[in-house]
Design a protein around this ligand. Structure first.
Ligand SMILES: [Fe+2]
Ligand SMILES: [Fe+2]
Length: 156
């Protein structure tokens, strides 16, 4: 692992972040109806986190002496809501794992601030993935959109 290897990896991460910013913006514009509103809000919150990640990566790549990419990684446009959420979930899980690996690389190169920040980004992506998993659960079995506690029933 050299500094150049790390810069190359961080640039791949940056292209993926830029892609996610655009994908979430695009997907939000395709959400309609009462279920679409909370989805738009979730995508909008996620987008803000990803812009923060992208901005941090641009700074770090520059500070390490590299040239940050400005082109997003291409992404697919799923045919329906379930496919869209599954794609988002898969990419968030990938991103979380990738940042855990990248944090180890930063540690190897004795870059403690970068290591910790990458771990925080891994946690952000894992949180996004968890939120998407909850939405998908409600989508696949609408009855689980609300699960009352059994002991609350009949105690009126
Ligand atoms: Fe991100
Ligand atoms: Fe994310």
């Amino acid at each position: 692992m050299t500094k150049d290897d790390l810069i190359r990896g961080l640039n791949e991460d940056l292209a993926a972040e830029l892609s996610t910013v655009i994908r979430y913006t695009y997907e939000g514009s395709r959400c309609f109806g009462p279920f679409g509103l909370p989805l738009r809000e979730m995508l909008s919150r996620g987008r803000l986190d990803e812009i923060g990640h992208a901005a941090f990566l641009m700074d770090v790549i520059t500070d390490l002496g590299g040239e940050p990419v400005t082109a997003p990684r291409p992404f697919g446009k799923p045919a329906d809501l379930k496919e869209m959420l599954e794609l988002d979930l898969r990419l968030e899980e990938e991103a979380a794992q990738k940042y855990v690996r990248r944090a180890r690389e930063a540690e190897e190169l004795m870059l403690p601030e970068l290591k910790v920040r990458l771990e925080e980004m891994a946690a952000d992506e894992a949180g996004h993935a968890r939120e998407l998993r909850r939405v998908l659960k409600g989508l696949e079995a609408p009855a689980t959109a609300y699960e009352p506690l059994a002991e609350c029933v009949g105690h009126g």
